[in-house]
Write a protein that binds this ligand. Structure first.
Ligand SMILES: Nc1ncnc2c1ncn2[C@@H]1O[C@H](COP(=O)(O)OP(=O)(O)OP(=O)(O)O)[C@@H](O)[C@H]1O
Length: 230
């Protein structure tokens, strides 16, 4: 069994950070929530709706996910503007006309300019040409341009250099706060797990072995987590 007796209630105000060693079941938990993994038992509910039998495509109307690999979040031959235009149609019919793309362009450029990594100047080239940091920032914008019920961040800063990773985390926090999103974030950075969010869970062997609220989290120190990765 990959996930074992996992019972996780996520509240609307939650920004949960998730820690756990390799193979602890963190990505599997995200796969179970987003529907890319079929459960052998148990169920997944979103806002009172049982989505256990819904396809990942159907669940994508509620859930956005940003992956570790910058290549995963964007279509490489399409421009940033085109990628954002498609993302802005989430949950609706996906057909897009050139006219609509042009309509959104200036809005997207303004949005990207807030990030501060030069993305706005590169929104009209294929995303395959962007730097990893720009691509991850774009993926995050795409994931949140239509407010998701649940934002899943799957080590989304792990492939970036420390400076870029920090900038993306700052952007993440701003977006989560501004849009009051419900978010789950897997990270191997214990500092980030402590610094961000209002709740921290620890996974091991497919189980949630610790679940700390914000008060407990504030009192925790890095040393408290060293044994997690044993
Ligand atoms: N579809 C699957 N079928 C069978 N076993 C799987 C499947 N997906 C993952 N596993 C196994 O389940 C365990 C948990 O994997 P998972 O990828 O969720 O770990 P993780 O906590 O995300 O680890 P990492 O930090 O390395 O990404 C691993 O032993 C993995 O090999």
């Amino acid at each position: 069994m990959i996930l074992d007796d996992v019972n996780l209630a996520i509240y609307e105000t939650d920004f949960i950070t998730i820690l756990g060693g390799n193979g602890a079941g963190k990505s599997t938990l995200f796969n179970a929530i987003s529907g890319t993994l079929t459960l052998t038992s148990g169920s997944v509910w979103i806002k009172g709706v049982d989505v256990t039998k819904k396809t990942p495509e159907k669940r994508a109307a509620f859930i956005s996910r940003v992956f570790q690999d910058p290549k995963m979040g964007t279509a490489p031959r399409m421009t940033g503007v085109e990628n954002l235009a498609i993302a802005s149609r989430r949950g609706k019919k996906r057909t897009l006309k050139l006219r609509q793309i042009n309509k959104y362009k200036s809005e997207f450029i303004k949005l990207a300019a807030q990030i501060g990594n030069g993305l706005e100047a590169h929104l009209e080239v294929p995303t395959g040409n962007l730097s990893g940091g720009q691509r991850q920032a774009l993926s995050l914008l795409m994931a949140t341009i239509v407010e998701p019920e649940l934002l899943l961040l799957d080590e989304h800063t792990a492939a970036l250099d420390p400076k870029t990773s920090k900038a993306l985390m700052k952007l993440t926090q701003e977006i989560v706060r501004q849009q009051q999103l419900t978010a789950l974030m897997i990270t191997h950075h214990m500092e980030d797990a402590l610094k961000y969010g209002n709740r921290l869970i620890v996974m091991k062997d497919g189980k949630i072995i610790q679940d700390h609220n914000s008060v407990e989290k504030e009192q925790m120190k890095l040393e408290d987590f060293y044994r997690i990765f044993d």
